[in-house]
Write a protein that binds this ligand. Structure first.
Ligand code: OAD
Length: 238
């Protein structure tokens, strides 16, 4: 098989995990319709009410632990393992469903529920099922454990690596993301500036859809396996 693209960067968002039963953020019943971002997803909210914030992420951690990857996660894992070109997988999701589907390398730009972070010494360790304001950092023993997730106002992870991959990719794909949160919503522009083709795969047009070269709309569990099969086997197979 010859690689149609030498290097692709794939960005995923909450839409890829929706059919695994994990709620998205901005749908009518989404997480941000039920909680104020300021309360549960900012450093200020955590400083103001750490019990509330820990309880919010404990609930999400428990829900994510029960969830199973769907056909879209599986298709991307297959693409990563069998495509002859480079496939860089970047996710805004804090669940571990890409890994559960078999993806070996995933850049979690918004952190991971499975990880805990010490706000005092920056040590990271596997998060227990529940964190509380009394949870101690195993390294420095401070009661400063927090979820290792990126909050609004904080710098997402792996930015240098991701932008350098965007500058050298020949395909950028955004899957299941509303295009409302930067810097991820600006990745399409970085890829376009690098001369890459860009495609959006989403349930409906995102806020940034007009900046993509092409788009396909539908449920991730159907769209992604079809798109991956075309990439691997070619679009006109019999
Ligand atoms: P959003 O909730 O903003 O958007 C989810 C997108 O998925 C929407 O465009 C939906 O149309 C689409 N979608 C829903 N169901 C789908 C399905 N079955 N198949 C395909 N697409 C589907 O989620 P994100 O864009 O991921 O950040 O949100 C970005 C960031 O905003 C999150 O990482 C989080 C949030 O605030 C932080 O908490 C820092």
């Amino acid at each position: 098989m010859q690689a149609m693209y030498e290097k692709m960067v794939i960005l995923t968002g909450a839409g890829i995990s929706a059919e695994s039963g994990l709620g998205t953020f901005r749908d009518a019943q989404g997480l941000w319709a039920q909680h104020r971002i300021e309360d549960v997803a900012t450093p200020e909210g955590f400083a103001h009410n750490p019990e509330l914030v820990q309880a919010f992420y404990n609930a999400r951690r428990a829900q994510a632990a029960e969830a199973q990857p769907n056909a879209a996660h599986a298709a991307l894992a297959q693409l990563q393992s069998s495509y002859p070109g480079e496939v860089i997988l970047v996710t805004q999701n804090v669940d571990a469903l890409h890994e559960a589907a078999g993806s070996k390398s995933v850049l979690h730009m918004h952190g991971a529920l499975a990880s805990a972070l010490c706000a005092s010494c920056d040590h990271r360790w596997p998060a227990p099922p529940e964190l509380s304001p009394d949870s101690l950092c195993p390294q420095c023993q401070s009661a400063a454990a927090r979820p290792d997730v990126v909050w609004f106002g904080e710098m997402p992870y792996h930015m240098d690596r991701i932008f350098s991959d965007l500058e050298t990719c020949d395909l950028f794909v955004a899957i299941g993301t509303s295009g409302q949160v930067y810097p991820a919503a600006g990745f399409v522009d970085a890829a376009t500036a690098a001369g890459a083709q860009t495609i959006e795969l989403n349930l409906e047009p995102s806020a940034t859809h007009s900046r993509f070269d092409s788009a396909r709309f539908g449920r991730a569990s159907e769209l992604i396996p079809t798109w991956v099969a075309e990439l691997i086997e070619g679009p006109n197979r019999d």
